[in-house]
Design a binder for this molecule. Structure first.
Ligand SMILES: [Zn+2]
Ligand SMILES: [Zn+2]
Length: 318
């Protein structure tokens, strides 16, 4: 039997469902799931801030084993691309016009099993256990793509110190960058956590960093942070928005953008990002901080994430 936590309608709690184990089609694999991380995007889907087909099983940070072979694989958000649109043809499959997304437009990993397209899975480096690896599959990967968009900047701000920032702070520090973490104002334990991972400073998002930033990466879904971060970015600097959903961005004076500053977003990932990042993460080596929950407690875990009460990443165990 397969067990899954299913979203029937936005705003409703996920519901445990049982059914037959799904059959993989041509080119697909049946995955026996060992762990699945919970991403903020799952929260946006569950809360109805992102609209996809329903019912759906969320979850796109899957670590599991291929039924039959036992090979360990990771399954990310990018579930399939068309292979022939202008984006796919120019190595930008993250922008594909006709994609499938794991846990959004096809069933994901809040389950005992799932079926995936074999071409979009990654082998997981042996350096990581199942649980430790799960948050790498989205928080890590999207963070990596955001870090690449920050270019060579040495002074780096991370706004929102959750699953993604706690991973990318380690990668950035290992590259010799100075990482400045921004948490919810007054979140002393979040700031201490950031410093423990090599951040040069940690402060509330309403405070100024100790030095001007070459780039700021925004992981919090709070539009007001965009102009706030922009004010702390040097000429030529970038504000990179890494979330899939964000509250509206308030207006701000053009002078804050002047000086060839830019604001851009990160969308999805390519398979190249995945291979690159997992190798890099093993090299650093990244240590993920996780809190695990049984699959049946997915709703409780989502509540804690919504309240900002998870240090590092939440991971479900089927
Ligand atoms: Zn395409
Ligand atoms: Zn995600």
């Amino acid at each position: 039997m397969m067990r899954a936590m299913q979203l029937d309608r936005p705003g409703a709690p996920l519901r445990m469902v049982e059914g037959p184990i799904p059959e993989p089609g041509p080119g697909e694999l049946l995955i026996e799931i060992a762990a699945c991380g919970i991403c903020r995007t799952d929260l946006h889907i569950v809360d109805g801030e992102l609209h996809g087909p329903l019912p759906i099983v969320p979850g796109h940070e899957i670590v599991g084993r291929v039924a039959g072979t036992g090979e360990r694989v990771g399954v990310p958000w990018l579930g399939r691309t068309c292979g022939h649109c202008p984006y796919c043809c120019t190595r930008r499959e993250n922008l594909c016009d006709d994609p499938l997304f794991t846990g959004f437009t096809r069933d994901g990993g809040f389950a005992s099993h799932c079926v995936v397209d074999a071409r979009y899975c990654f082998p997981i480096p042996d350096a990581f256990g199942d649980v430790e690896a799960a948050p790498l599959l989205c928080a890590g990967l999207i963070g990596w793509r955001a870090l690449k968009l920050a270019q060579e900047g040495v002074a780096l701000g991370l706004y929102g110190f959750g699953a993604a920032a706690h991973i990318i702070a380690q990668v950035a520090a290992a590259e010799g960058r100075r990482v400045h973490a921004f948490t919810r104002p007054g979140d002393a334990s979040g700031q201490a956590f950031a410093r423990s991972l090599g951040c040069a400073s940690a402060q509330g998002s309403d405070e100024a960093p100790p030095e001007p930033l070459d780039a700021a990466l925004l992981f919090a879904p709070v539009g007001a942070l965009v102009p706030a971060a922009l004010r702390h970015v040097k000429k030529g600097g970038r504000v990179v928005c890494a979330g899939i959903h964000m509250s509206d961005i308030p207006s701000f004076p053009y002078a804050d953008l002047w000086g060839e500053r830019s604001i851009l977003s990160v969308a999805n990932l390519t398979r190249d990002d995945g291979a690159e990042f997992l190798a890099r993460a093993a090299e650093v080596p990244v240590r993920t901080t996780t809190t695990t929950f049984p699959l049946a407690e997915a709703n409780e875990a989502l509540d804690l994430l919504r309240a900002g009460k998870i240090e590092g990443a939440a991971v479900l165990l089927p």
